[in-house]
Structure formats: C-alpha cells, structure tokens
Design a protein around this ligand. Structure first.
Ligand code: NAD
Length: 497
C-alpha cells in the first residue's frame, strides 16, 4: 500500500482512550479517514488532546511533508464506524468479555475481508478469537504509548490467521510508519510487556522496602541503561559487555549472579493503601509541578529528538523512519532529473515548520535553519549519486563553510520550501546557494551559501569525486550558469544593506 492510496482508506477505531486516540492520530496524520466509536462522553475531547500532541510531534520525524490530514468522524455505533473500514483497531478497556462483545458486533457489520487488530496488552489472539464468526480476521496488533510516535506494534496471530492476512496486516501498519514485530507463538502479554512487568515488580519492591524513591528509580534507568536499551536492546548491549570474547564469555562471567537473590521477580509486594499512597506521594514530589499535558509534550519532544538521532545513524527505530521516508518521498525524488530547469533554481524540499522548531521569540529557531539547509544539501548529494554505498566505500562531501541570512520571520506551522542554485562545481568542490521560501506567496525567508569539499574519509584529505558524481553536479551547474548570481552571494557577516 502506498501513500497515494491512503486518502481512499478508512480506519475504524473502536475505543478512543489513550491508545485508541493514539491510533486515530497516527492514521489521520497519514491521510486516512478515521471513524471512531467510543460511548464515553469525554471521548471527543480526549481524542482532540491526543491529536494536538500528535500534530505537534509526528511530522517532525519525517523529512517529507506528510499527506494531507484525513477526516475524523465520530460514529454513533460500532456498525456505523466499521461499515466501510479497511482496517479496524479494537482499543476498548482490557476486559475479555467486553472485547468479545465488541468483536462480535464488529464482525456483524464490517466488510468480510477487513482485518481487526486488537490493542490488547495481555490477551492471546486465541482468547480474542473464541466464539468469533471469522477468527481468521482477528489478530493482536499491540502498540506502545504514544502510538503516534513509537513505531513498534507486536503482531500475534495464533493458528487461525492465514499468512496472507498476517502479511496484509503488516503492510497496512508499515504504510503508517510502524514496525510490525511478528511474535512467533502466542503467549500472555506478548514480548515487551513481559519485560516491563518484571521491571515494574522489581521497582515496586524497591519502593516498598525503602531502597529507592520513584525519582531515584527513574534516574537509574534514564541516566544509564535506558539509553543503551533505546538503541541496542538487551542482547546486543550485553554482547558488547562481553568484550572481544563475546556473548559466551559474558554469560560465563555474569551467569552465576543469576542464582543470587538479586531479584524478587514473581513476588509482588502487597499493594496496601500505605504502599499505594507512598508511591503516589513520591510521584507527586517527583513530577507534580508539571501537568500531564506538559509532561506529554516533554516526552514527545524528547522522543522526537532521540528518534531523529537514530534516524541520522540509520539505526534501530531510526532505520524504520528512514524506510518510511522512502515511502513518503515523491517518486524518484533522489534521482537526477531528466531535464534541469535553466530559468530558476531547483526546488528541493517542501516542509512544514513544526511547533517544536519555534523558539522563545516565536520564530523558527536558529539550528532549524541549519537542519533545513543541511537536509536540502543531502537531497542534492543523493541526487548526484552520493548514496550510502558511496559513503561506505570511503568518500563523501564535507561542509567547509556556510553563511546563513535570516531574511523574514518564519512562524509555526508555515509551509516552506527550499531551492538550490549551484554556483560552482568541479572535481573537488561544490558551491551552492540555497533559498528558503514561504509556500503560499513565495516570499524569501532565508538564504544559506555553502561550500562543500569532496574528501577521502580515511585520509581526511580533499580528492576528486567519482566521474559520475562530477558529471551530474556539472550538469546542474551548467543549467544554473545563466541564472543571475544572488546579490548576497559572497557576503560576509554585517555586510547587509
Ligand atoms: N495504556 C497503555 O499504555 C496501553 C499500551 C498498549 C496497549 N494497551 C491496550 O489498549 C487497550 C485500551 O487501553 P487504554 O489505555 O487506551 O484504555 P482507556 O481506558 O484509556 O480507553 C479505553 C476506552 O474504551 C472505551 N470503551 C469501553 N467500552 C467500549 C465499547 N463497548 N465500545 C467502544 N469503546 C468502549 C472507553 O470509554 C475508553 O475510552 C487495552 O486493551 C490495553 O490493554 C494499553
């Protein structure tokens, strides 16, 4: 399924709480029409709040404009919600009898071929499928909060679901930027929540026994192993802990500790009123100064930053985002165009200025200019042939010099586009003049002039680029040769009239 089809697609979200709201936002921002059914009187307000968070964060993960937002419709009944659905996501409260009732009603009214993903954190697909009219269309698609940012969805099918339906589910979830992880055998709580449950039990004991406060436990995670887990997980991290001798050595070294009483695992402290109050008091002391909405925004901004860092390294969750970007990219965006416009600079990126890009003055903050022009440069380099294979083989362009001029204010949510004018291209150098414009009236917003040098990455020395890259760059430079040289090109700081 490509991005282009999304406008014609409808997702039905049954249950619009924290998780259903997150699914609704992810589908909507990928251009799907979304029909939500949730009888709760506050459902619309809750979804509006989740959607506001998603709009402020999800588009920041992509280097391409997202499709136009789909239409959000609140349905009066399950029948009304699912009638034309291409995907149905059940996200009602975690209670098996309720899920059975809801799934039965969905299957009575949904198109015969439409798959139903359940967000259940704990139930196995065979439990959800019990007594269903068509068990082969019911599977677990277990997401993580916030659903609109975190790519993982655990897919658990059980024996009733065909490989074809399983693959179809994975394709749909990939089309909205997710990473479907197939769980081979059904098991209570799937994979991820089994870890979280173990860690949670341990944390409850540490508070119960006055070993640590809630804040200290969070510090133990976020200043240390949490950072390792976010980018390598458990086994790859421990492989490194084993050093050159590897995993077997690591297990031999630390294996005996497993027999020591380091963990209470299956024991759970009794959740007495006192313990619950103690945890709540400590949590208030830790985080009570900030509202839940503030904390959500902080979490989302942090996640965007972490995910973007992983994206730059094409690693883990960042590699999923890059794969999704390739889906969002206009066709052939990175190839050399057949003909190059000689009458105007080359339009390269179309972007939206995200709320998170705005500083205390209410304008796009400084480093975002660098980001936008740097992304524009990367696109040009990809176009002329500097792909990841070329870089891996030992050559790249390095930035030698840049000069940015802020021309007009850039506000939140503005649609902008960047252009590039190649002023000079030879075997070793690329000299490019970039402009940033407002999409609605072509107003000039900023310029950056940059010089790039082609470098042998091992020696760090400047050297000629490959003949193919030089030929492509020269073609653009030749096409731009007739354009007037920008009157601010070559300016130094403070020279502005
Ligand atoms: N909260 C999490 O972090 C998380 C993460 C992953 C999966 N899940 C799973 O997602 C599901 C929903 O969890 P949540 O945290 O969003 O709960 P929630 O309580 O925030 O939302 C559940 C929603 O279901 C609605 N609902 C109840 N009966 C309904 C019905 N008959 N028809 C339509 N809507 C109905 C409720 O009004 C409520 O808005 C659960 O299965 C849970 O295990 C939760």
């Amino acid at each position: 399924m490509t991005n282009n089809h999304s406008l014609t697609h409808t997702a039905a979200i049954i249950g619009g709480g924290v998780i259903g709201g997150g699914w609704a936002a992810r589908f909507l921002l990928h251009g799907w029409r979304v029909r939500v059914f949730d009888p709760h009187p506050d459902a619309a307000a809750r979804i509006a709040a989740v959607l506001a968070n998603a709009r402020a964060s999800l588009p920041a993960l992509s280097d391409y404009p997202m499709p136009d937002e789909g239409e959000l419709i609140f349905a009066d009944s399950i029948a009304d919600a699912v009638g034309e659905a291409n995907w149905i996501q059940e996200s009602v409260s975690e209670e098996l009898a309720l899920k059975h009732r809801v799934i039965a009603e969905i299957q009575a009214h949904a198109p015969k071929e439409t798959l139903i993903g359940s967000s259940t954190s704990g139930y196995k697909p065979s439990e959800l499928q019990e007594g269903a009219t068509d068990p082969g269309r019911i599977l677990v698609a277990h997401p993580f909060n916030p659903v609109y940012l975190l790519p993982l969805a655990e897919i658990v099918c059980g024996d009733a679901v065909s490989v074809e339906n399983r693959d179809r589910a994975c394709d749909i979830l990939k089309s909205i930027g997710m990473k479907p992880l197939l769980v081979r055998k059904e098991i209570d709580a799937h994979i991820a929540d089994r870890f979280l449950e173990a860690v949670w039990r341990e944390a409850l004991w540490l508070v119960n026994d006055d070993i640590a406060t809630t804040a200290e436990i969070d510090d133990a995670i976020r200043y240390g192993f949490g950072l390792r887990w976010a980018q390598m997980g458990l086994f790859e991290t421990y492989r490194l802990a084993g050093g050159e001798e590897g995993m077997a050595h690591f297990i031999a070294q630390f294996g005996p500790c497993l027999a020591w009483p380091w963990t209470k695992l299956m024991d759970v402290p009794e959740l007495t009123d006192e313990l619950v109050q103690k945890i709540a008091d400590q949590s208030d002391a830790q985080s009570g100064e900030r509202s839940i909405r503030e904390l959500e925004r902080i979490r989302d901004d942090n996640l965007v930053g972490i995910l973007r860092a992983l994206k730059d390294r094409d690693w883990g969750a960042g590699a999923v985002l890059n794969a999704h970007d390739r889906r969002l990219a206009p066709d052939q965006a990175a190839d050399m165009p057949g003909t190059i416009d000689t009458a105007a600079p080359m339009r390269v990126l179309d972007l939206s200025v995200l709320p998170a890009w705005i500083d205390y003055n209410g304008h796009m903050t400084e480093f975002r200019y660098v980001q936008v022009f740097s992304d524009t440069c990367d696109r040009i380099l990809l176009m002329i042939g500097m792909d990841s294979d070329y870089v891996a083989a030992g050559h790249s362009y390095y930035t030698a010099e840049t000069h940015t001029m802020q021309v007009d204010e850039i506000g939140s949510n503005e649609k902008i586009y960047s252009t590039a004018q190649v002023l000079l291209s030879d075997e070793k150098r690329l000299h490019i003049f970039y402009r940033l414009h407002a999409s609605d009236d072509d107003r000039l917003l900023a310029t950056t002039e940059a010089m790039y040098l082609h470098v042998n990455r091992e020696s760090g020395r400047v050297c000629p680029a490959s003949p193919a890259i030089v030929a492509n760059a020269n073609r653009i430079a030749a096409a731009h040769a007739g354009l007037p040289v920008p009157d601010t090109a070559g300016r130094y700081v403070g020279q502005r009239k």
